[in-house]
Write a protein that binds this ligand. Structure first.
Ligand code: AMP
Length: 194
């Protein structure tokens, strides 16, 4: 049995991105499938999200999409996933993604990806959960974000130990190494307290 059975991946919905990143998303899906790790994602068949799901499904992996009704058309809900959970709004989507997953990974993405990643980070910062969070800094995509966080730390707004809430990796393969190395969560995964 894999240590993490379901990995939530946050990533971009734009199709107009570096094809290298789309290949990396596909590869993330494939590597998860090969390890028997279910992918939990936003459910869209667009951009990095679609590539991720396609990669996992092509390798016979389990893929669960969680999509709000309002985005079914805009993000072209993926029709081939193992399970599609349609929820009433964005807040429920994020909560259900949290509940369903044992770990989180951010691939390159836009504002939605940032929102999702920082929400899960701030929940961890508040001690509401202790599930692993991995930032996949592919081709230095998140370098400027890391510089911002270092600046915030230097300015006293982020405590140095908060930088330990997540792991930074630079390749798709090392996402899974980081998950293997992460200590098992001790805090119950329910979100009723949030
Ligand atoms: P983006 O990184 O902006 O391409 O968005 C990636 C995913 O995040 C998409 O599935 C968006 O629907 C989702 N998203 C966008 N804005 C938000 C938000 N405020 N809260 C949660 N998810 C969002």
């Amino acid at each position: 049995m894999p240590k993490v059975s379901a990995l939530c991946v946050y990533c971009g919905s734009s199709n107009e991105v570096d094809p290298k990143h789309l290949r990396a998303a596909r590869e993330t899906g494939r590597l998860a499938a090969e390890r028997g790790i279910e992918i939990v994602f936003g459910g869209g068949h667009v951009g990095m999200m679609g590539a991720l799901a396609d990669g996992a499904l092509a390798a016979r992996g389990k893929v669960t999409g969680i999509i709000p009704e309002i985005l079914m058309a805009r993000e072209t809900a993926h029709e081939g996933v193992s399970e599609m959970i349609v929820v009433e709004n964005m807040h429920t989507r994020k909560r259900r993604m949290f509940e369903r997953s044992g770990a989180f990974c951010a691939l390159p993405g836009g504002m939605g990806t940032l929102d999702e990643t920082f929400e899960i980070l701030t929940w961890k910062q508040l001690g509401l959960h202790d599930k692993p969070i991995v930032l996949a800094n592919l081709d230095g995509y998140w370098d400027t974000l890391l510089t911002m966080l270092e600046f915030q730390t230097a300015q006293g707004y982020v405590r140095p130990e908060q930088m330990g809430l997540f792991r930074v990796v630079t390749s798709v393969g090392s996402i899974f190494d980081a998950l293997e190395a992460a200590p098992a969560p001790k805090i119950p995964g329910d979100s009723e307290r949030f």
